[in-house]
Ligand binder design. Structure first.
Ligand code: FES
Length: 189
């Protein structure tokens, strides 16, 4: 299972900066995205501590949390935009851009790192044309992300591809897994 903010202690993203109130970092929210955000807000109404469930709900539905959605979420929860942005940027789990059609998450927390995870992450990035700065390949086929504990520490190094965990990974097995092409754009998942 991929790491989530509810399950694991978070690590602040390098360079994460809170957006001050009064600025809108991303312009207007796409109407289709607004519909999803409103549905998630409605579904989470009445929850105690609703911000994380809302962010999870939006990312589960859209694959990312659009920056333009943050003011809407802040308004609904009577929070400042900076507060919402601070939470989104705090957790590696949340993306601000849509991912590729296949998502590879390589654990780089301590147990996996000690078993060669950094080399696996570099291998995945190089093979799929991704980097830390540009986690999604230019063709939109793949996203390679670092994860921070997938709950498979006893079987490290571990990674997740499209939600499917793979433990005791080796460079050879990873090569085989990465050779599978992502689904064509528009194809059913
Ligand atoms: S440290 Fe990698 S799964 Fe826990």
């Amino acid at each position: 299972m991929p790491s989530t903010p509810q399950q694991h202690a978070p690590q602040r993203r390098p360079g994460a900066v809170a957006v001050p109130d009064g600025t809108d970092p991303a312009g207007a929210l796409d109407p289709a995205h607004a519909e999803v955000v409103d549905a998630v807000l409605a579904a989470c109404a009445g929850l105690e501590g609703p911000l994380l469930p809302i962010l999870h709900g939006i990312q589960d539905r859209l694959g990312h949390v659009p920056p333009a959605a943050l003011p809407r979420i802040a308004r609904a929860l009577h929070l400042s935009r900076a507060e919402v942005h601070g939470v989104v940027s705090y957790y590696h789990h949340f993306r601000s851009r849509p991912p590729g059609r296949r998502v590879v998450q390589v654990c780089r927390a301590e147990a996996c790192r000690s078993m060669g995870a950094e080399a696996l992450l570099a291998q995945a990035r190089q093979t799929l044309g991704c980097s830390e700065a540009e986690p999604t390949s230019a063709c939109g086929g793949h996203t390679v992300e670092a994860a921070y504990c997938l709950g498979l520490c006893a079987m490290s190094p571990a990674l997740v591809i499209d939600g499917q965990p793979h433990a005791r990974m080796t460079p050879q097995r990873l090569d085989t897994l990465l050779a599978v092409a992502p689904a064509a754009e528009g194809a059913p998942a």
